[in-house]
Ligand binder design. Structure first.
Ligand code: NAD
Length: 358
């Protein structure tokens, strides 16, 4: 499989975002976000999303160069409408406002509505943690067919509604714990990868069109037939429903029951807290580090090499991929080139960008 440096892929993504008209700052934020998703091992949210974004742009469902529209400002509560803007920029800006308010007031609640796909939610947890803030976010996914069945249902009723918690207890910038997850058992992108590789998905992750467990991802990937299950039985299903209500229904965002235009619309309700307002920050940091080390020091169960906390797998992936490069399969690369051609960009120019920075 071809391997690329983070820099090469960032320049590729940057060129494509410039191709659809994003200003430099927006294109840079998007490109960095996508490559960071690849680095952390979440290829489903990396540069492979570019063909989808080009389609959304061409259908008017992703709008470059939007600025956030404030819809309410009650001091500790901020509501923004993103007007289907480039999600990675819209969410980045909304979280930046939240950080400012949390610093001034101790805590802030930020609601972001009507944003095009905001990508890997962990990126915003990292942004908050770098500024010293605790971050909790509920996100929903609307504007396209539901693909996740709530507990006990034979049909899909929800998107993969992600949830994220970031805690800045690390020595410096990075969150000590970064829980960042879809509320489906497996992400749709992971079902797609399994299907492309001819592999089954784990039993319990997928239901067929009659609501029976299946391991064949084909019908879901090819026709959205059947449903992904919510993770963790009734408990994970409850969290998925909470994401739908808190992120969208409560905030004027688009819910899964509203008419769709077959884009990807995320709404997010983020809570930011300045930890220094809760307790002595040094003491709290030391205690959190002690808890994390206590967990990591547990003897591994059979089949496990060691015990990790949320965020560890991403850290390991980042270190490995920074050193060894990011694999990108030929099919995804061709899809990116094809999408770029639709924007009037020549494949030879993109190949040059990739070759120069390799
Ligand atoms: P995942 O299952 O790979 O990881 C989920 C969480 O579990 C992470 O915090 C990870 O650090 C942790 N984890 C994984 N293995 C672990 C281990 N062995 N020990 C301890 N912790 C471990 O992630 P996912 O649910 O497939 O989500 C992938 C990405 O998709 C996320 O970044 C999410 O934000 C994103 N997403 C985005 C949207 C959207 O609409 N924008 C929707 C769904 C998901």
């Amino acid at each position: 499989m071809p391997i690329f440096s983070a820099r090469a892929l960032e320049e590729l993504a940057f060129a494509i975002a410039r191709g659809w008209g994003s200003e430099e700052a927006e294109a840079r934020i998007l490109a960095r976000h996508l490559v960071e998703a690849n680095l952390t091992g979440h290829d489903s949210h990396g540069v492979g999303m570019l063909p989808t974004y080009v389609r959304l742009f061409r259908e008017g469902l992703l709008v470059p160069n939007r600025t956030l529209e404030p819809r309410a400002d009650a001091g500790a509560v901020l509501v923004f409408d993103a007007g289907r803007g480039v999600g990675q920029k819209m969410a980045h800006d909304a979280v930046a406002y939240g950080i400012e308010r949390a610093r001034a007031l101790g805590a802030a609640v930020v609601a972001l509505r009507n944003s095009c796909h905001i990508g890997r939610i962990g990126a915003y947890g990292e942004q908050a943690a770098r500024a010293g803030a605790v971050f909790v976010a509920f996100v929903n996914v609307a504007d396209h067919d539901p693909i996740v069945a709530p507990f006990g249902a034979a049909r899909a009723r929800l998107g993969t509604n992600p949830f994220c918690v970031a805690v800045p207890a690390g020595p410096k910038e990075e969150p000590a714990v970064l829980l960042d997850m879809a509320t489906s058992t497996i992400a749709f992108g992971k079902a797609r990868v399994a299907h492309n590789e001819g592999r089954p998905v784990p039993l319990g992750a997928l239901l067929d069109r009659d609501g029976r467990p299946t391991t064949d991802p084909g019908p879901m990937v090819e026709r959205f037939e059947g449903a992904l299950t919510a993770f963790g039985l009734h408990k994970g299903s409850g969290l998925a429903i909470a994401c739908e209500l808190l992120a969208a229904a409560l905030t004027g965002g688009q819910t899964i029951v509203q008419p769709m235009r077959h884009g990807i619309v995320n709404a997010m309700l983020a809570i930011l807290i300045d930890p220094a307002r809760l307790d002595d920050p040094e003491r709290a940091r030391a205690e959190m580090r002690a808890v994390i080390e206590w967990i990591r020091a547990a003897p591994p169960a059979p089949g496990f090499d060691r015990v990790r906390v949320p965020g560890d797998p991403e850290r390991e992936s980042r270190a490995r991929r920074l050193a060894e490069g990011i694999p990108l399969d030929e099919r995804t690369l061709q899809e990116i080139f094809e999408a770029a051609r639709a924007l009037g960009l020549a494949s030879s120019d993109l190949e040059r960008v990739l070759a120069e920075k390799r």
